[in-house]
Ligand binder design. Structure first.
Ligand SMILES: Nc1ncnc2c1ncn2[C@@H]1O[C@H](COP(=O)(O)OP(=O)(O)OP(=O)(O)O)[C@@H](O)[C@H]1O
Ligand SMILES: [Mg+2]
Length: 274
């Protein structure tokens, strides 16, 4: 039997994030707790500036907590160490590709930086990832400026997956995409989550993406995770942000669409049923 603790991929306990700026101190996270289990697609929602991106950067190991614990698979995330990079892949909010590099060079970049593998193996690994995100090999040598917005997101996703990380972080994965490209990117993410058994932490303002992919939603407000659960559980929580965010016109439309399809669930839950 597996211990519940073995299934915890991200463990955040009593996290404080405080930035010092010219006006004094800014407390972004205050005693924040969040536990994410294997196979979940946990979506973080919260107003602008509530510290969603900062939280992802802390899970990735790019930023240190002021106080408290952030652990990924039982360890403090490596500060850009090879081990850390192999555990977590991230699609950045403004994650532009390197414009001077080809598509394939962009995807291969994290692997090449490690200087562990010969060039032909790196190239092969990058081509596999290109195919995995639904792009034809003919795009491999293109420059990022020759790609559509949806293709750029796919290449950035392939780069995030190059080390086969068990944990994938997505910061606004569908922002800036038209509805069709956004739906198609969600389909890709859903398929990869299922096939690769990934744990995903996603930040999104897009309610369609939120309801489409999340197995759990966590709401960031008042410097903490005020509630987490299914869409229905979260919406039932009385808080002005939740009311405004989910029960405005936009939220109502997305919720109506949600009623027409079954809610996604983590792989772990499905596996138990087998
Ligand atoms: N390195 C830093 N130094 C000082 N302040 C920072 C730093 N990084 C982030 N902040 C501040 O922390 C707050 C949270 O930023 P963050 O980028 O996490 O917000 P967010 O929730 O992702 O917002 P959005 O939805 O607009 O992307 C902001 O007020 C930001 O200015
Ligand atoms: Mg952000």
């Amino acid at each position: 039997m597996t211990n519940a603790a073995d299934n915890v991929v991200v463990d955040i306990r009593k996290l404080w994030t405080v930035f010092k700026n010219t006006d004094g101190e800014q407390v972004v996270h205050r005693n924040l707790d969040l536990h994410i289990e294997r196979g979940e697609v946990l979506s973080l929602v919260g107003g602008s500036g509530t510290g969603k991106t900062v939280l992802l950067r802390q899970i990735l190991g790019l930023q240190k907590p002021t106080k408290g614990v952030v652990e990924v698979l039982g360890q403090a995330p490596g500060e850009l160490s090879a081990a850390g990079a192999a555990n977590v892949g991230m699609l950045f909010q403004h994650g532009a590709l390197f414009s001077a590099f080809s598509v394939l060079e962009n995807i291969a970049f994290p692997l090449r930086e490690l200087k562990l593998l010969p060039d032909d193996l790196i190239r092969h690994a990058a081509l596999v990832k290109l195919q995995m995100v639904g792009l034809e090999p003919q795009h491999a040598n293109k420059s990022p400026s020759d790609l559509s917005g949806g293709m750029i997101k796919r290449v950035a996703l392939a780069r995030a997956l190059i080390m086969d990380p068990p944990l994938l972080l997505l910061d606004e994965p569908t922002a800036g995409l038209d509805p069709e490209a956004s739906d198609s990117f969600c389909d890709l993410l859903r398929g990869l989550h299922r096939e690769l058994g990934l744990t995903v932490v996603m930040v999104t303002h897009d309610l369609d993406t939120l309801f489409d992919l999340s197995t759990r939603i966590a709401v960031l407000a008042d410097q903490q995770v005020i509630v987490s659960g299914t869409a229905r559980e979260v919406i039932a929580y009385p808080h002005p942000f939740i009311h405004e965010y989910f029960l405005g016109g936009r939220g109502q439309r997305a919720l109506e669409a949600l009623h027409d399809k079954p809610a996604p669930r983590p792989e772990a839950a499905r596996a138990e049923e087998r």
